[in-house]
Design a protein around this ligand. Structure first.
Ligand code: 5AD
Ligand code: SF4
Length: 435
């Protein structure tokens, strides 16, 4: 049988889909990138906002419609399963496996085929890290690797602690060995993943120790990580990002809100001042740091003046880019229980538009400040832009850099002089391969 997987949501889901492929490959299933050819369709889902859920409902019906003349099995994986459980029995699906149930997936598929009924496993585990499963990755430049799973923070808006359970970390040596194997297979970059990646701890090793260990691997030239929480940013972590050349000078540091009352209601555990102080320490230690963030507008009871505080933080920090979301009430979270979703949709739209406009201006100015500078670019792929003549890579700060086609290979490191910039990308010409 041929399996087709569609993945929604965060990078952890991308990684999980690769894990699932490894589990299924062991059962002699093969894979296809064509929905039409698939005997088993898997949809790996996200629940972080309501529109993510809505998209999946629509997609399941669409897949049923597109393949209506074929016999096939369809399964839902990931956060929607642990979020909604039996409610998903309304959907025309054959099996439902939450993020900690993937080892059982082959048995579930067999069971659902044998019993002709819908099988659900939405149990969460305190231990599961999928240690010993080596994900089936597509060859490329970057490999995702989950170093910890779950979240203990219970920010009041967030469904993740309910959909992915408690924090647990993989052993340092297992991660090191996996990265060594990735380097042997030709991956030049690893991105360490976790819902709270910097809460990583295993047998006395913290996240800084993990970064240090992974950087010992010769073949790995770049190390990235997402997403850290501002509460777990000791000086030792800033120092290692500053001092270790392999660890990219990019930190994604979710702010969520700039107003102290809202940060309190969100249970983020820091104030605006503490966040700004952390940014200051990072900027002092790493002057060329690229900083990006996540922001939520329209949290219950947030006033326009309080949203202005978020805008002020944007202006002070001058993030290179921001992902800005409208608050979406998630059933079961503390915020959903305590605070009615009382900010009108139009007001949320006004706030998101206003913040996005400001961010776009800042992004453009920051990108333009790179014109004339030389960056090390790791070549990732042919550009998705219309011109097929272009290549696309990223600089140390994770910015997309477009260069003209040349005698280069995906995976090459190039020294590129930046000639032009938009709010989203840098454009440059290659001066030389990196020494
Ligand atoms: N509503 C809107 N955005 C949310 N996020 C998490 N939960 C919600 C929610 N209920 C955003 C946060 C987080 C990012 C991954 O998604 O900004 O950092
Ligand atoms: Fe959600 Fe907060 Fe955990 Fe991030 S840290 S996953 S926002 S609960």
């Amino acid at each position: 049988m041929k399996v087709y997987i569609e993945t929604y949501g965060c990078q952890m889901n991308e990684y999980d889909s690769e894990l699932v492929k490894a589990v299924l490959k062991d059962q002699n299933l093969s894979f296809t990138t064509s929905l039409a050819k698939a005997d088993i369709v898997l949809i790996n889902t996200c629940s972080v906002r309501e529109n993510a859920n809505r998209k999946i409902y629509a997609r399941v019906h669409e897949v049923r419609h597109l393949k209506k003349d074929q016999s096939f099995y369809i399964g839902i994986l990931g956060c929607m399963v642990t979020n909604l459980g039996k409610e998903l029995f309304d959907l025309p699906v054959d099996f439902l496996a939450g993020p900690d149930s993937y080892r059982r997936l082959p048995a579930m598929i067999n069971e659902s085929i044998a019993m002709q009924s819908t099988i659900l496993d939405d149990k969460l585990s305190k231990q599961e890290t999928y240690q010993n499963i080596y994900p089936l990755r597509q060859k490329g430049v970057n490999a995702w690797i989950s170093v910890m799973r779950g979240c203990n923070n219970f920010c009041s808006f967030c469904v993740v602690p309910y959909t992915r359970g408690r924090e647990r970390s993989k052993s340092l040596m297992d991660i090191y060995n996996e990265c060594q194997r990735l380097a042997d297979e030709g991956f030049r970059q690893v991105t360490l993943l976790g819902q709270n990646v910097n809460s990583y701890h295993h047998e006395g090793n913290d996240f800084a120790a993990l970064l240090d260990k992974v950087s010992e691997i010769d073949g790995i030239k770049r190390i990235r990580f997402v997403s850290p929480h501002p509460k777990d940013f000791p000086g030792s972590l800033i120092d290692i990002v500053a001092q270790n050349d392999k660890i990219c000078n990019h930190i994604h540091l979710p702010l969520q809100a700039g107003n102290d009352r809202i940060l309190g209601l969100m249970r983020r555990t820091y104030t605006q001042k503490q966040y700004l102080e952390l940014v200051q320490r990072i900027k002092e230690a790493i002057p060329d740091i690229t900083l990006t963030t996540d922001i939520i507008v329209g949290f219950p009871t947030e006033t326009a003046a309080e949203c202005k505080d978020t805008k002020n933080v944007l202006e002070k920090v001058r993030f290179d880019s921001s992902f800005i979301f409208k608050y979406s009430e998630r059933p079961g979270t503390l915020a959903a229980k305590k605070y009615p979703d009382d900010i009108a949709e139009e007001e949320k739209t006004r706030r998101i538009v206003s913040l996005n406009e400001l961010q776009k201006e800042i992004s453009l100015q920051k990108n333009q400040s790179h014109i004339g500078k030389v960056h090390d670019v790791l070549l990732e792929k042919k550009s998705t832009k219309k011109s097929t003549q272009d290549y696309q890579g990223r600089n140390d700060g994770n910015k997309v850099v477009i260069i003209s086609k040349g005698p280069y290979q995906i995976g090459d490191f190039l020294r590129v002089k930046i000639e032009d910039a938009s709010a989203h990308t840098l454009m440059g010409t290659v001066i030389a391969p990196q020494s």
